[in-house]
Design a protein around this ligand. Structure first.
Ligand SMILES: [Zn+2]
Length: 313
């Protein structure tokens, strides 16, 4: 008798699942890692993968900060699915409203999950240049990452900020002030940092790469200079955009600064020696080869960027 009950119950469950195709679309939070790096600050660790890897939508560290009144999301991942998983993970931790979705910069792996939060009607916040940067990239994102935006990808799923940070802006999550700072051209032209005053945690996002070779889309000299400036600040911890979910400042910046210094010095020398770009990309920063993930795939691009920036000095 018991056997029959179990069997019938099993069949009933199976039938219910079949009749509910939505069931498979519910994000599975259990496979979404999340670490509380400081009180009320949760970070999801992105995998180290290249853009042609199926996991390319989940390569960035993203997360959220919980105040007594509401929640601020910091970056939303590289697809609607990752955004939905992040949202589900937030809902497991707290039922407080999601007031802000902050985007650290324009790269797909940090913003394409934004649409998962539309239902919460948050303020979308970014650097003063971010709205325009998203506008310029919208067609490209739709073309390259359309399938990461769900079954019916449309341009309006790529959400630009409605609150722009000119210089600095404080937002209050309830007993918790965040200081948002728009940075000069560095990793990109629209880098924003988020400082949680309560725990002195600095969310640097892609201004800090660890383990994975930094990707340069703004200004090498600008980025180097900004890191030198931040070096003198004292933070309890920083959150890099790629690498561990949290790291001690300022030691965490040392490998990136060393790589930038080599890149700047050797590219300047190549230009001074009359080495053409095609040869320079094979020579510059070879000493860094074993120190970074994806060096062989991405260093040449970095040298090419550095060359074009520094040849105008
Ligand atoms: Zn980036």
């Amino acid at each position: 008798m018991m056997k029959w009950i179990v069997l019938t119950f099993g069949l009933l469950l199976a039938a219910c699942e079949d009749e509910n195709p939505q069931a498979s679309n519910i994000p599975k939070v259990y496979d979404f890692n999340l670490v509380e790096v400081a009180e009320g600050i949760f970070v999801h660790h992105g995998v180290h993968a290249l853009i042609d890897d199926p996991r390319h939508d989940d390569i960035a560290n993203i997360g959220f900060i919980v105040g007594s009144q509401c929640v601020a999301v910091v970056d939303t991942g590289g697809s609607l699915a990752v955004g939905e998983k992040l949202r589900a993970a937030i809902r497991e931790k707290t039922s407080k409203p999601i007031c802000y979705v902050i985007n650290s910069h324009v790269h797909f792996d940090h913003i394409l999950g934004n649409a998962a939060f539309r239902q919460d009607k948050p303020k979308f916040v970014g650097h003063r240049n971010l709205a325009e940067a998203i506008e310029q990239n919208r067609d490209f994102f739709l073309e390259e990452f359309g399938e990461d935006l769900g079954k019916n990808p449309t341009a309006d799923l790529i959400i630009a900020p409605d609150v722009l940070v000119d210089d600095t802006k404080e937002i209050d999550l309830g007993d918790r002030m965040l200081i948002l700072t728009a940075r000069p051209k560095a990793h990109t032209s629209a880098d924003l940092t988020v400082l949680d005053k309560k725990t002195n945690t600095m969310w640097l996002a892609d201004l800090l790469f660890m383990e994975r070779i930094p990707s340069l889309d703004g200004s090498l000299l600008g980025w180097y200079e900004l890191m030198e400036k931040l070096h003198d600040e004292s933070y309890a911890r920083v959150i890099p955009g790629h690498g561990p979910v949290s790291a001690p400042w300022s030691e965490a910046m040392e490998p990136q600064q060393r790589y930038f210094k080599v890149l700047i010095d050797e590219t300047r020398k190549a230009i001074a020696d009359g080495v053409f770009l095609g040869d320079a990309i094979k020579q510059v920063a070879r000493s860094e080869q074993d120190k970074w993930l994806f060096f062989d795939r991405l260093n040449q691009r970095a040298v090419s960027r550095a060359y074009r920036e520094l040849e105008w000095e």
